[in-house]
Design a protein around this ligand. Structure first.
Ligand code: LLP
Length: 439
């Protein structure tokens, strides 16, 4: 397993993260356990921001909290000076409870409810990333009701396909998200917004996909948007103040993944935006981005305890852990690949390949196929790296399995930031069957 961030093998020969022995973590907090390397999250947040600071332009780096939202995580994002992308009332609620400054919150989503919109207007969030015409009507009603002017970005679909997994492509034209550029929907939306006093149109947004390893897609999307800005500027003098180019920066899950340093994506974005703005002789818009995975993905490691095994001679050797698709849905949903190691004896030679099964009642609940390991025993601790993004966020209670706990580790300290769910938590919303009425 590749050692990300502060991960090392310590003197006891155990995997250590943030200066904390993971075997001790497993013992103290139980397994499955998500462990976050806080220093690595800080490093990534700084890498993105420093890439912008070298240039003389306004920017915002918004953490896409859908990747992992919790009070402590949002507070960490605030400490690092990030803005925040939220996509639901629940993510907004978490951000507000964490004390995140409302003016740095950007609200996404393709079907925001009137209730969610009201909540965000009352909180005074920084901007709505408007997705469709229906939302514009809801926003207008909310603005009138609260007597407020709302700042908006328009989500556009520029028709650029990024190289990634089909399930997570959101930038192509046939997408449920945003206003389509090519068919004139964006222009129509801009014109209708500009007529309304209750709106302040900040600019445009696009998000071309996820787990992207090249800069080409971002450059093409920006060029496409600028070809329209040229047209709008000429015909009705519209020039955006902000251009949000979304998230989607890739990370290394397995050795085939070859992500760029955050600065490489930012440099490419700044170059294309500056060049295009100069050509049109307009002010360079502010550039905003919204990384999720690349801020928290490789900072997360899940610890499991190994239990049963099943060896089918000449076929496969299954090794089961005490979690699975309930804490990491990505292998079952996207055939996502992960690396792993025995945290209590990482230096021992791998004897053969083992396939790591989850404990859910579903054949597809396999976490890793053919992982080279030393002969595993029950009670060994298996560490699976790169589970920080869309791991806890997509965890679920399938088979009524309680969600694991989350700890943050940094400089030799461990802090519990999400408690393990209890069986009592599982039935919190359940109500008993009504007693039959005896006649
Ligand atoms: N901005 C928008 C508008 C998005 O839709 C997303 C992700 C992001 C930013 C953050 O993208 P990131 O930097 O994390 O790639 N559950 C999937 C990923 C879904 C991504 C949805 N949108 C997975 O586990 O791979």
């Amino acid at each position: 397993m590749y050692l990300h961030g502060t991960s090392t093998i310590n003197e006891e020969g155990h995997l250590s993260i943030g200066g904390v022995d993971t075997v001790k973590l497993a013992k103290n907090y139980g397994t499955p356990l998500y462990v976050y390397d806080v220093a690595l999250i800080r490093q990534r947040a700084r890498e993105f921001q420093e890439a912008f600071k070298k240039h003389n332009l306004n920017y915002q780096v918004a953490y896409a909290s859908k990747a992992f939202s919790s009070i402590a995580m949002i507070q960490l994002a605030e400490e690092e000076g990030l803005s925040l992308d939220i996509v639901s009332g629940g993510e907004l609620y978490t951000a507000l409870k964490a004390g995140f400054p409302a003016e740095r919150i950007h609200f996404h989503g393709n079907n925001k409810s009137a209730e969610e919109i009201n909540m965000a207007v009352e909180a005074g969030i920084g901007c709505f990333v408007v997705d469709n015409f229906y939302e514009l009507e809801l926003l207008e009603e909310a603005a009138e009701e609260h007597g407020k002017t709302l700042s908006l970005l328009l989500r556009t679909t520029p028709g650029v396909e990024a190289h990634t997994h089909d399930y997570i492509l959101t930038g192509q034209e046939d997408s449920k998200f945003g206003f389509d550029l090519n068919s004139g929907q964006v222009e129509k939306a801009i014109q209708s917004i500009l007529k309304k006093d209750c709106f302040n149109l900040l600019g445009l947004h696009c998000h071309i996909g996820s787990q992207i390893f090249e800069t080409t897609g971002f450059v093409m999307a920006a060029e496409k948007i600028f070809s329209y800005i040229k047209k709008w500027n000429e015909s009705f003098s519209y020039v955006p103040k902000v251009l949000n180019l979304g998230g989607g920066f890739g990370i290394r899950y397995v050795k085939e993944d070859d992500p760029l340093h955050p600065s490489r994506y930012i440099e490419a974005m700044i170059k294309v935006v500056k060049t295009q703005a100069e050509q049109l002789e307009i002010n360079v818009p502010e550039i905003w981005i919204e990384p999720g995975r690349s801020l928290v993905g490789d900072a997360g490691t899940t610890l499991y305890t190994i239990g049963s095994q099943k060896e089918i001679p000449n076929v496969r050797h299954y090794v089961a852990v005490d979690g699975g698709m309930s804490d990491n849905l990505r292998p079952a949903l996207y055939q996502a690949k992960y690396e792993g190691m025995l945290a209590n004896r990482p230096k021992e030679t791998a004897e053969e390949k083992f396939s790591i099964a989850g404990k859910c009642c579903e054949s597809g609940d396999m976490l890793i196929w053919d992982l080279p390991l030393p002969n595993p025993n029950h009670e060994d601790v298996l560490a699976v790296s790169c589970t920080g993004a869309y791991g806890y966020a997509m965890s679920n209670n399938y088979n009524r399995i309680p969600r694991p706990a989350v700890v943050f580790v940094e400089n030799g300290d461990a802090q519990l930031v999400i408690k393990r769910e209890t069986y009592e938590d599982l039935i919190r919303c359940d109500l008993p069957l009504k007693k039959p009425v005896v006649k």
